[in-house]
Design a protein around this ligand. Structure first.
Ligand code: GLY
Length: 349
């Protein structure tokens, strides 16, 4: 069944209609310890939720565990959930990923609705059917592809976010602009992130999600085109892992933004990506996300991290690069020397 993605105008009415569409025998709402405080109060008075049973798990990626998953299954079972019950996931990507997986596996699958509350979850995690948990130290190691019945995007929830989390989600939107069109990219680069206007942001979110939807509809299981969404992530994930290992974790979107500079450098030097566009994006990223510090003694470790990324196999790194904005080249291979040169460029900027 195709996923219904709604850019909200009236959350109460839209949620009521989405629940009515499923006609569940029992209704559950999953939050984490943060969203139960900041986001649940926005919707708890809705008539359509008056019989909802609450399930709350720990917040942050650290709670994306088998244990939390088991807690959700237990709460569903003890709450009398059947195959005809419905789970509403209210939270960031951790909640929508874990809740989506819990729903997909409970009694072989019950329906779920995602109401993402962070910008990152709105434009990326909650759309496209990737669900799962971390396992044995590996991110999203266990999971399934299964789409939410409905995704409702309401930028009002962004009022609960700090500036850094807005910027983090925005990096994925810039990525969507880059793989789509010059027009969409330039609109994103012009947006005033220092004083974000939520109405204008809502319209940009709608366009951004439409780009992701187009791609996942064509390639839901990441056999080809969906790899376009990995732009910036090959290097970004390595930066994220290095920062975590050094005890100074960075937000996902910041790592992706820095990864975009690196991978656009490769795109410009190896695939003919226009230099002027590259410098425009580079300027935006350096102004918005600052710098990521590392030195050449860490190049081998970073390279190792990239070869172990689950998107790569047999020690070969598959980059997604661009020949131009919207001209995506998947499964690109470059030499180790090219990668080290890319990092020299990034650090000198
Ligand atoms: N986050 C990338 C994807 O959904 O494929």
């Amino acid at each position: 069944m195709a996923q219904d993605v709604i850019i909200s105008k009236d959350l109460h009415a839209e949620l009521a209609a989405a629940i009515e569409d499923v006609r569940p025998d029992r209704l559950f709402v999953l939050t984490d310890t943060t969203t139960v405080e900041c986001c649940w109060p926005v919707i708890q008075h809705f008539d359509c939720l008056c019989e909802a049973q609450m399930i709350t798990i720990g917040a942050t990626d650290e709670a994306k565990t088998l244990e939390s998953l088991s807690d959700v299954w237990t709460a569903l079972g003890e709450g009398g959930a059947t195959r005809h019950s419905l789970l509403i996931n209210l939270g960031g990507g951790m909640v929508t990923d874990l809740g989506g997986f819990a729903a997909s596996t409970f009694k072989r699958g019950i329906a779920f609705i995602n109401i993402p509350t962070t910008l990152l979850a709105m434009v990326d995690a909650s759309v496209g059917g990737k669900t799962g948990i971390n396992f044995r130290g590996l991110k999203n190691e266990i999971g399934v592809f299964n789409e939410a019945r409905t995704v409702i995007l309401d930028t009002e929830f962004l009022r609960t976010l700090d500036d850094q989390n807005i910027r983090s989600g925005y990096a994925e939107m810039v990525k969507h602009g880059l793989i789509s069109s010059d027009e969409e990219l330039m609109e994103l680069l012009r947006f005033d992130l220092d004083h974000p206007d939520l109405n204008a942001l809502s319209s940009l979110v709608g366009k951004s999600v439409a780009i992701k939807e187009r791609i996942v509809t064509e390639d839901p299981y990441e056999q080809g085109l969906r790899k376009a969404l990995n732009l910036g992530h090959t290097v970004g994930h390595a930066f994220e892992s290095l920062a975590l290992a050094n005890g100074q974790p960075v937000l996902h979107g910041y790592a992706v933004a820095w990864g975009l500079i690196c991978e656009l450098y490769l795109s410009a030097t190896r695939c003919g990506f226009p230099t002027e566009r590259f410098h425009q994006v580079e300027y935006f990223v350096r102004e918005t996300y600052g710098h990521f510090q590392f030195d050449c003694k860490q190049y081998d470790h970073l390279y190792e991290l990239m070869t172990h990324d689950k998107k790569n196999s047999a020690g070969v790194i598959n980059f997604t690069l661009l020949g131009a904005v919207g001209d995506v080249r998947i499964n690109q291979h470059v030499t180790k020397e090219d990668v080290f040169e890319m990092w020299d460029y990034f650090r000198e900027g």
